[in-house]
Design a protein around this ligand. Structure first.
Ligand SMILES: Cc1cc2nc3c(=O)[nH]c(=O)nc-3n(C[C@H](O)[C@H](O)[C@H](O)COP(=O)(O)OP(=O)(O)OC[C@H]3O[C@@H](n4cnc5c(N)ncnc54)[C@H](O)[C@@H]3O)c2cc1C
Length: 565
């Protein structure tokens, strides 16, 4: 018997437990901790499961977690979960394994995890208070709620009369800042109440922050950022920060945590929400210390609150437009934000790069699940004996194809031009030509793709004939190029021909003091540092960006000490 949702309340999310011998044990473990806030349902046959899921779908009841025994009545858990996925597309998929079968199961489950066919596997607890088990369950449920699948929290209310680019922009900003939000129609009780205060003709979307009577009509990103962190004028006209960090991706956030924790007066500025490129990644699997992976948004939010706890200040939705070197008090640098300015004794450039996107919406939803921006070397083993595709005709695409061919059954390079000659080094072209496991398909583009929880197929279009072909694909690697993002820097800060900032021994020798290159991460201007993807020669990974950000802080101390003397 399922719970009935009283009118006007939100439906209770469901945890579905499937299995045979150990199903009841799993139900007992979950009921004790989660039975008050989730409904635990445990159908005993496939027919009953389909019936339950159909009923849930009709009643718009979300399934938060589907837990399936490693072998449920003779069927493999991953097969069962795949069959059911269309009934519960947002549910997180867990395979639980009784202790006595765990050793034998791990290898198989590890592969399924790598292939994106499940979200986690756990050993069935051996006794009460297995906190490791419950931490994993709680994190999974929290990821599910945070991914927009469901939120009980009313949070910020947005009054909107249907989808629009502004509504999408505002929700994306709030989501990435970790702020729960709900959309209400103008004729809903929340909409009527808000419009009664703002006036019936107020342009929508209209935003009402929780516990706040003020209303914002179609707020810009700067307005949204100001609600949370204030505006540049709040920093104080005469204030000079020890360190101003431009860019709040992993590099900027790591610098902020280390600098603020070491007592430096630190200000971080971002033109968007906090988190950078990493904040847009649905699952980062290769970041140290997160064996089950972590969503980029969650990682960014944790780093931001860590930095705030140490005293770092933030400005969000504020674009840095210029840098006046030594133009502030006591030789400090002036950071321009349009008409407004802030000042720093030292500046860290951590503005990252803009990855060119493929622009196929269905595939953006599978990033991290077979679709990868960049070579994603860590995924190589997952594509063993499978067909993969690399999009791009540059050297990085060629290197990725050669690397992947050591693992995949076959690699197809998709290139818009007629050949590789104008975009790739000739040694690499020769290597690809001689590699039987790599094929180049010129004049071809990807127009669609999909799969159940993981990439399974692509649609390829021949640009000359216009013909479409659907192909099986286990991996798609997008190497479309990355643009550096700091045209606002003065020319004194040396950059390479593509616009990446030079540091350390890469800087022109003419700028070296006393015949010695500046320290790593130091640019050609004293007190101006660089870290992360924007640095020439960087590795373009979350871990390397955060390591570089942290590595800048001792240099900031040394610079502050030198200008104080
Ligand atoms: C879809 C996707 C998935 C990825 N997955 C992984 C993964 O699984 N593992 C991994 O290790 N790496 C992954 N990466 C790469 C990783 O995200 C980057 O290497 C990392 O984010 C670089 O950090 P960063 O701090 O240098 O720059 P970014 O994260 O790019 O942050 C730069 C910030 O600077 C801000 N900014 C830019 N210009 C200005 C300006 N003028 N004023 C104010 N602010 C400005 C931007 O808004 C941005 O927030 C992924 C990248 C993408 C795009």
């Amino acid at each position: 018997m399922m719970r009935v949702t009283p009118p006007g309340t939100r439906p209770t999310p469901v945890i579905l437990v499937l299995g045979s011998d150990f199903r009841q044990a799993m139900v007992d473990v979950l009921t004790q901790r989660y039975g008050r806030e989730y409904e635990i349902l445990a159908p005993s046959s496939m027919e009953e499961t389909i019936e339950v899921l159909t009923e849930l779908r009709t009643g718009q009841r979300p399934v938060a977690l589907a837990a399936c025994e490693f072998f449920a009545g003779g069927e493999k858990a991953t097969h069962l979960l795949a069959k059911l996925q269309k009934f519960m597309p947002s549910a997180r998929r867990l395979v639980y394994v009784p202790a006595q079968r765990f050793r034998g199961a791990v290898r198989q489950l590890h592969e399924s995890l790598a292939e994106g066919r499940l979200d986690l596997y756990l050993m069935l607890p051996q006794g009460p208070r297995d906190e490791e088990f419950h931490t994993a369950i709680a994190e999974t449920l929290s990821d599910w709620a945070q991914s927009g699948s469901y939120s009980e929290i009313d949070g910020t209310r947005i009054i909107a009369d249907g989808p629009s680019p502004d509504l999408a922009r505002i929700r994306d900003f709030l989501d990435r800042m970790g702020l729960p939000n709900t959309v209400h129609a103008p004729d809903s009780p929340a909409g009527v109440a808000a419009l009664a205060v703002a006036g019936p003709d107020t342009p929508l979307p209209l935003l009402q922050a929780p516990n706040d009577d003020s209303l914002l009509s179609n707020p810009s990103n700067a307005d949204l950022g100001a609600v949370l962190y204030g505006r540049p004028t709040d920093i104080g006209e005469d204030a000079v920060c020890d360190l101003v960090v431009v860019g709040a991706g992993p590099a900027g956030l790591a610098a902020a945590v280390y600098a603020a924790s070491e007592g430096l007066d630190t200000l971080v500025i971002d033109q968007g929400p906090i988190g950078g490129q990493a904040g847009t990644s649905s699952m980062i699997r290769n970041y140290l210390g997160f064996p089950r992976g972590i969503s980029g948004m969650r990682l960014a939010q944790r780093a931001r609150s860590q930095a705030v706890r140490f005293g770092a200040r933030f400005l969000a939705g504020q674009e840095v437009t210029g840098l006046r070197l030594g133009g502030g008090p006591e030789g400090s640098h002036v950071i321009e934000l349009g008409e407004e300015t802030v000042r720093g004794r030292s500046v860290l450039i951590a503005t990252g790069v803009d990855y060119r996107r493929l622009g196929v919406e269905a595939l953006e939803g599978l990033v991290g699940r077979g679709v990868n921006y960049g070579a994603a070397v860590s995924t190589s083993r997952e594509v063993k004996h499978k067909r993969v595709f690399v999009v791009g005709g540059g050297n990085s695409a060629g290197q990725a194809a050669v690397h992947l061919s050591r693992f995949a059954q076959h690699v197809t390079m998709l290139v818009r031009r007629g050949d590789l000659a104008s975009s790739m080094s000739s040694y690499l072209i020769r290597e690809i030509e001689g590699n039987p496991r790599v094929t180049v398909r010129p004049r071809t583009m990807v127009t669609d793709g999909g799969g159940e929880g993981h990439l399974e197929w692509l649609n390829l279009r021949d640009l000359d004939s216009g013909d479409d072909e659907r192909v099986d694909a286990a991996g798609l690697y997008l190497l479309l190029g990355a643009q550096p993002t700091c045209q606002w820097l003065p020319t004194d800060v040396a950059r390479d021909e593509r616009g990446f900032v030079l540091s350390g021994a890469d800087t022109p020798w003419q700028s070296w003091q006393g015949g010695r290159p500046p320290a790593p991460y130091a640019t050609t201007v004293p007190g101006v540092f660089v870290a992360g993807d924007i640095r020439c020669g960087s590795m373009k990974r979350v871990a390397s960006a955060s390591g570089e950000g942290a590595g800048v802080v001792p240099l900031v101390h040394a610079h502050l000490a030198s200008v104080a003397n």
